[in-house]
Design a protein around this ligand. Structure first.
Ligand SMILES: C[S@@+](CC[C@H](N)C(=O)[O-])C[C@H]1O[C@@H](n2cnc3c(N)ncnc32)[C@H](O)[C@@H]1O
Length: 259
């Protein structure tokens, strides 16, 4: 199970503050369509950027509860809430997607963005989200299919080996393919499914494509990809950054449903 420690959370803070990821969150929120006065739960809130933006969407009168299993994510989200002076409308606490510590029917919407891919019992986590939703409430899940991720590279076979190693970091590397069925089995009605691709044609060391080079390198070494291959892969990518030949793409999907 992936552990989001202080170093991993610092990486999230960097790449989630880039203009493209901010814009993707805006699109996610437009799909969810939060309304003033609503009460929402953000499962696996990470650094809390989405929770804080949702708090503005549900104002006046609304409230967001943000939970995360990682104490470092909770600390980061708590600091973000304090920086934005949102303590009155966002509550952050440690919590687990598989065992939500809330009564039945206590939220108008639940969001889980890039979280369920890490949750072993994802069907159980979705059942928990359904339990805490009121009748007619919405669940919005954003996740990636890691088969639909690539960097431009000089050696496609080597890139495929690196990406296969990266997929071992996830409990569910292809979750979007299963969400339709998981929602149905949990008694939800699917209302929308959209792709929100993240495309980079310019190297930015803080952006997603550059940020995940390091974690992909570590995953490949742990997965037995020869160190020479891993080093050549990284050299190729970094050189593309300086030569202006950068291309990175990750396909993320948003599935929304009602109870
Ligand atoms: C990639 S980050 C996503 C952060 C945020 N949702 C976003 O999209 O901006 C994944 C987060 O999910 C959290 N997480 C993973 N498994 C979890 C679980 N079972 N319950 C609660 N949080 C979990 C991690 O600790 C991490 O902070």
């Amino acid at each position: 199970m992936r552990n989001y420690d202080a170093q991993a959370v610092a990486g999230l803070e960097r790449r989630y503050a880039t203009p493209q990821v901010i814009d993707l969150r805006k699109q996610f929120r437009a799909i969810l369509a939060p309304r003033p006065g609503e009460r929402g739960l953000d499962v696996g809130c990470g650094p809390g950027y989405l929770a804080c933006e949702l708090a503005a969407d549900v104002a006046p009168g609304g409230r967001i509860v943000a939970i995360d299993r990682s104490p470092d994510s909770v600390a980061s989200a708590t600091a973000q809430v304090a920086r934005l002076e949102l303590a009155g409308s966002v509550e952050v606490r440690v919590g687990d997607a598989e065992r939500l510590d809330f009564p039945d029917s206590s939220f108008d919407f639940v969001v889980a963005s890039q979280v369920y891919c890490h949750v072993p019992d994802v069907a159980g986590a979705i059942r928990e989200a359904v339990r805490v939703l009121r009748k007619g409430g919405r669940l919005a899940v954003l996740d990636s299919d890691w088969d639909l991720c690539t960097w431009e590279s000089g050696d496609r076979a080597r890139m495929r080996r690196m990406l296969a190693a990266r997929q071992t970091r996830f409990e569910h590397a292809h979750l979007p393919c299963d969400l339709h069925r998981l929602f149905r089995e949990a008694g939800l009605t699917l209302t929308d499914a959209q792709a929100l691709p993240l495309v980079e044609t310019r190297y930015d060391p803080a952006a997603f494509g550059a940020e995940i080079i390091e974690s992909t390198r570590k995953a490949a070494l742990a997965h037995g990809v020869p160190a020479d291959d891993v080093a050549a892969w990284e050299r190729d990518l970094r050189a593309r950054g300086t030569d202006g030949e950068w291309f990175f793409c990750l396909n993320r999907f948003v599935f929304t449903a009602t109870k």
